[in-house]
Design a protein around this ligand. Sequence first.
Ligand SMILES: [Cu+2]
Length: 105
Amino acid sequence: MLALSLLLTVAAEAVVAFSGGDHIISQKGRQFQPGAVSLHPGERMTVVNDDANLVHHAYIEAPDLTFDSGDQAPADRTVITFPQEGDFMVLCGIHPKMKLAVHVR
Ligand SMILES: [Cu+2]
């Protein structure tokens, strides 16, 4: 398990080095932190479950972009890519009050 998370960390850092930037969003205490983020088209965002004992489930349902992380156990991370401009809302299928506004410009 530790080896796996180390591998994931290395993979995430490789992405950062390749794209020149990454955006890490934490899921903790039934909140996305931060609650809003600004990206450029084509950038990716990593959503990490930082809760010790809560499952999260990030999803987007927009006319031009849909995403579903599936259930995210503690320490799971998922990467979402935003190919085009727009304003998107990332929601959690388990905690309806969790909201993350993503502005892509
Ligand atoms: Cu949640």
